[in-house]
Design a protein around this ligand. Structure first.
Ligand SMILES: Cc1cc2nc3c(=O)[nH]c(=O)nc-3n(C[C@H](O)[C@H](O)[C@H](O)COP(=O)(O)O)c2cc1C
Length: 189
């Protein structure tokens, strides 16, 4: 199985990075292929709503998103990972999602396929400092519709509320079990 992980946290050695690295290591051991991108390291121009993609399904910006469009098409599983920033995704993650407008246009306006692979699935991983009941709501909605544009079926999430300090996710008692359960969900057919 080909698994694409888009890490939207700009914090190096932060909580999201620790979670996705652990998942990548565990899943690779099982023989699955993982590609992990740190979005903060990529050159991705924000969408400017020019509408070019509505005519051709292609974005005018020839930046690192062009590589991600290919990776998105090749993946069996796509994980969008982002900590909560002001009740939503980070800017880095949101820019990537917005640039999937080109895929949305291809799928819904031009009625063209995004991928030749069947049964593709998508997931959200997120971390937030607070424990508010609605803290992940905005991110889940954006991830759901972003992943739909990537043409994968939204199939679940791994959420950690109440985690703030850099890398402190490892101190959460339920962390190993939650990751284990998530990997099972990720790999099921
Ligand atoms: C700009 C910014 C905005 C944030 N907004 C929220 C927020 O709205 N709600 C919340 O619970 N935590 C918020 N946080 C805290 C982060 O979600 C938290 O520190 C998280 O553990 C960071 O994950 P990371 O280490 O993977 O980057 C914010 C942090 C930053 C830097």
């Amino acid at each position: 199985m080909q698994i694409l992980i888009l890490n939207g946290s700009p914090r190096k050695k932060g909580n999201t990075e620790q979670i996705v690295t652990r998942i990548a290591e565990d899943v690779t051991k099982d023989g699955d292929e993982v590609e992990l991108f740190r979005l903060a390291d990529l050159d991705i121009h924000p969408c400017i709503g020019c509408g070019h993609c509505e005519k051709a399904g292609i974005c005018i910006f020839k930046d690192d998103m062009q590589v991600l469009y290919e990776k998105i098409a090749e993946a069996d599983r796509i994980i969008l990972a982002s900590p909560i920033y002001f009740y939503g995704l980070t800017a880095q993650a949101k820019i990537c999602v917005d640039r999937c407008q080109a895929l949305w246009s291809r799928k819904y306006i031009l009625k063209k396929s995004i991928s030749s692979k069947p049964g593709r699935k998508g997931y959200l991983i997120s971390v937030a400092a607070t424990r508010g009941e609605r803290v992940f709501e905005g991110a889940i909605l954006t991830a759901r519709y972003g992943l739909d544009a990537m043409d994968v079926r939204y199939s679940g999430e791994l959420l950690f509320p109440g985690v703030d300090g850099k890398g402190t996710i490892k101190n959460e008692p339920d962390y190993p079990a939650a990751v284990h359960t998530f990997i099972q969900l990720l790999l099921e057919s």
